[in-house]
Design a protein. Structure first.
Length: 331
């Protein structure tokens, strides 16, 4: 099955492909291609040598279906393309896997550079030019949520070594004067291009939070708004053609009352959960626990390029809310 469909005809530079639009989809496609290769995949070092710059560009596909080396290079090219467009996924993903950034490279990796060294180099370093001009905040929050939700799928030592090898190969390409310009220009063009899911990214995901994940999931704000609109419109629904008798009127009133009460109770539970979370964050901040220094929200702000002191101050002002802190820092 083809996981990455060719791009639709472009209009005004519009990007349609999901692996060039959503960070979670980009990394999942690469991982699926690798897992789908099974035991037939070639050695990573051999496959990496088959990846060329054109394979890593947005909208690219790896051709050469009859060449085993080119087929083996498809997962590597997909992952390197994901890293080129969405480098902000790497830090939260590695943090969720408890990877020591300063430890030696994985034994099976084709490169021996530590993660700390790789993440400080282009194109993996976090600078403003590495983020989409219009959807940077949404991409950052989605990347953080993806890392928390699917990190176990990347925990296998062989998969971690593959992740490191592809990162090393991409950094090596950027260090070459022959390839760096082409890769940088492609990413800059993507950063300025409108994305095919623009309405969804700006409307449905603008309030997205990682609090919607996990056992005690918070109801998405967009669903809350939809429910509120339905309830507000309920009394204005047109009357039935036949007049309701007294019993039917009573049952209808009871149903509307129950629906409104259920909505209020749901909002109360959401507010209570949020309040408990904010109180917990305030207690942690007051205690000055060292774990705050490595919290995912602080790491998220740092990898987006914000100064450490400013990031901490913004998180303190918003009681740990990453989206609100980013709004303060970019205002």
């Amino acid at each position: 099955m083809e996981l990455v469909l060719p791009a639709l005809p472009k209009k005004d530079g519009l990007v349609f492909r999901l692996d060039c639009t959503l960070p979670n989809f980009a990394y999942s496609v690469a991982l699926s291609l690798r897992l789908g290769a099974g035991t037939e995949k070639l050695d990573d070092s051999v496959a990496l040598r088959s990846v060329v710059v054109a394979d890593c560009l947005p909208g690219a596909t790896v051709d050469g279906d009859d060449d085993p080396e080119r087929l083996a290079a498809r997962p590597h090219a997909a992952l390197m393309r994901a890293m080129l467009l969405f480098p902000q996924v790497l830090r939260p993903l590695l943090a969720a896997l408890s990877v020591n950034f300063d430890a030696s490279a994985p034994a099976d990796s084709a490169y021996k550079t530590t993660w700390s060294q790789l993440l400080e180099k282009a194109p993996l370093s976090q600078h403003r030019e590495s983020r989409h001009n219009r959807h940077a905040l949404t991409h950052a929050v989605m990347s953080d949520a993806y890392a928390k939700l699917v990190a176990p799928l990347w925990r296998d030592p062989g998969t971690l070594a593959w992740l490191h090898s592809c990162a090393g190969r991409l950094v090596q390409m950027f260090e070459s004067s022959l390839f760096a310009g082409e890769l940088a220009e492609a990413r800059q063009s993507w950063c300025a291009a409108p994305l095919g899911l623009q309405d969804a990214l700006e409307l449905d995901y603008k309030d997205f939070s990682s609090l919607e994940l996990g056992p005690e999931r918070r109801t998405p704000p967009c669903i809350e708004r939809a429910l509120g609109s339905l309830l507000a419109a309920a009394p204005a629904l047109p009357q039935a053609a036949q007049p309701l008798d007294e019993e039917e009127e009573l049952q209808r009133a009871l149903r509307l009352s129950a629906a409104a009460e259920e909505s209020r109770e749901r909002r109360r539970l959401v507010e209570e959960q949020d309040r408990e979370l904010q109180e917990s964050l305030a207690v942690d901040q007051a205690a000055g626990q060292s774990s705050e220094e490595t919290s995912s929200n602080l790491a998220l702000l740092l990898e987006m390029g914000f100064e450490t002191d400013a990031a901490r101050k913004a998180l303190a002002q918003t009681n740990g809310d990453a989206a609100a802190a980013i709004a303060i820092l970019t205002s």
